[in-house]
Ligand binder design. Structure first.
Ligand SMILES: C[S@@+](CC[C@H](N)C(=O)[O-])C[C@H]1O[C@@H](n2cnc3c(N)ncnc32)[C@H](O)[C@@H]1O
Length: 339
């Protein structure tokens, strides 16, 4: 029997509490909520860490399950998301706390308060609210500044800064490695040629450079030629892969023994990293295979709850096409290793 079934079968079900919050603004539908609740099984009295608050739909579903007695602490590096959530959840101030910060720093914040969560949930990427706001620069479909920082108040480089400063090779490598853009060299060459006339500053300028750089095949493009370039730049601007790696490792460490973590990813580089991070934490030895005896001190801190990645239901994809690429992986925190 899988660990998931073994642990879930013994729990008593308590009817969910009623959480009254201001409805979320139209625009972001939380993804794979029934699957998250089933695999992570939050219970009344438990502490949940939502590492990626967004519009707060996932946090709301978990809050409903942990009341009475439990609480949700939710992080987002986007101050606008946290501001909105504080208003939405104003009636639950004691039970729901929204915090501005990166999830790679969340373990430190909770540790300082002496808190170990029972559940950690990570719904990676950006929300529809961010994507659909032209002023953020995430979408090639709307004219806006090429910013793409999830935390716009930080003084880290924007997408426009990267396009102005990366060498042609660095840019091509980023497009290929972060988003699998097969025409990365053509696009990088076109960017470098175009920037000789001045900085590339708007989403639509970049979208047009990508479209013009793509080879023409006499039939419509399957996806817009700028799709992967925008994805790669967003990942680079926000250092997302390093965040995921550091975030998963530190939050699994922080989880209470018997606690559960669920990670939803939306594209292959995120999912590869989520899978690798969880698998490494679930191994008792990470020595190279050619080493005859184990010399690493690595011990498993996690047991995987689903060997096979979970996907959204057909009904959800129909209702919310943005859910179609979601992939959910989950793990159970093992007891802390002895001295
Ligand atoms: C897909 S949305 C989450 C949606 C959310 N589950 C809901 O129900 O609305 C991802 C959110 O995580 C935030 N985010 C992404 N990476 C982050 C990080 N490293 N630290 C904190 N927040 C992050 C983004 O700003 C965005 O608001």
């Amino acid at each position: 029997m899988s660990v998931m079934l073994a642990t879930m079968g013994t729990r008593r079900r308590t009817p969910p509490a009623t959480v009254r919050v201001i409805p979320a603004e139209a625009g972001h539908l939380p993804v794979m909520v029934p699957e998250l609740l089933a695999v992570l099984d939050p219970r009344p009295g438990e502490v949940v860490l939502d590492a990626t608050l967004g519009a707060g739909g996932t946090a709301e579903a978990f809050l409903q399950r942990v009341l009475p007695g439990g609480r949700v602490l939710a992080f987002d590096r986007d101050p606008a998301a946290v501001g909105r959530a504080r208003e939405r959840f104003a009636a639950h101030q004691g039970a729901m706390e929204a915090i501005v910060g990166r999830f790679s720093e969340a373990a430190e914040v909770l540790q300082a308060r002496g808190l170990r969560p029972d559940v950690v949930v990570m719904d990676l990427g950006i929300s529809s609210l961010q994507l659909d706001d032209p002023g953020r620069g995430f979408s090639f479909q709307k004219e806006g500044p090429l910013d793409m920082r999830m935390d716009p108040a930080s003084n880290t480089p924007t997408a426009a800064d990267l396009l102005a400063t990366l060498s042609e090779t660095e840019l091509a490598d980023a497009l290929f490695q972060l988003a699998g853009e097969v025409h990365s060299r053509r696009i990088a060459r076109a960017v470098v040629q175009r920037r000789r006339q001045g900085r590339i500053t708007t989403t639509t300028e970049l979208a047009e450079i990508c479209r013009a750089a793509y080879p023409r095949r006499g039939r419509p493009f399957r996806i817009h030629p700028a799709t992967k370039t925008f994805l790669a730049l967003r990942i680079a601007v926000n250092d997302e892969l390093a965040e995921i790696e550091r975030g998963i490792a530190s939050l699994v460490q922080l989880l209470r023994p018997g606690g559960r973590i669920g990670v939803i990813s939306f594209h292959s580089s995120e999912d590869y990293l989520a899978k690798r991070s969880l698998h490494v934490l679930a191994q008792n030895c990470v020595c190279p295979p050619q080493r005859p005896v184990c010399t690493c001190a690595h011990r498993a801190t996690l047991s995987l709850l689903n060997r096979k990645v979970m996907k959204p239901s057909a009904a959800e994809v129909l209702r919310n096409p943005r859910a179609r690429s979601a992939r959910l992986r989950a793990g159970l925190r093992l007891p802390d290793p002895g001295p």
